[in-house]
Design a binder for this molecule. Structure first.
Ligand code: ZN
Length: 133
């Protein structure tokens, strides 16, 4: 599996309205996209920093994955996403190496990307997303 670069860092926030101006000031760049991903029960906001994006994640449902994360851990880094050629192939390869998958096959994430997650249980506590175009 070839990881070309860190595609984005996912950061859980309580409120996009409050955190977007903060990140725009911190990063010196404007948020270029806000998108709801219904499947994940989140609203996302994206910033470009070089080749890497920052993805802010606001929960739309306290029982959704980001809702639960915020409840347990509060705001902060939620996941690291690596760019790969083929997310489903990368998931299969990860499984064959003994890693635990959250997604057996890739699904559609924000920005039309094919995405899948590895379980933090098998990655030393880091939730890892693999994504491809
Ligand atoms: Zn992500």
């Amino acid at each position: 599996m070839k990881l070309s670069h860190i595609e984005h860092l996912g950061i859980a926030v309580k409120s996009l309205a409050e955190s977007i101006p903060y990140y725009e000031s911190l990063l010196g760049t404007s948020c270029y996209s806000i998108e709801e991903v219904k499947d994940q029960r989140v609203k996302t906001a994206f910033f470009m920093v070089g080749e890497t994006k920052i993805e802010l994640l606001e929960s739309t449902d306290p029982e959704g994955p980001i809702g639960k994360f915020l409840e347990k851990k509060g705001e902060g880094i939620h996941h690291i996403a690596f760019a790969v050629d083929d997310a489903t192939a990368a998931l299969n390869e990860s499984e064959s190496k003994g890693l635990t998958l959250i997604d057996k096959v890739s699904r559609k994430g924000a920005e039309g990307m094919n995405i899948g997650f590895l379980h933090p249980r098998s990655t030393h506590g880091v939730l890892i997303e693999l994504c491809s175009k």
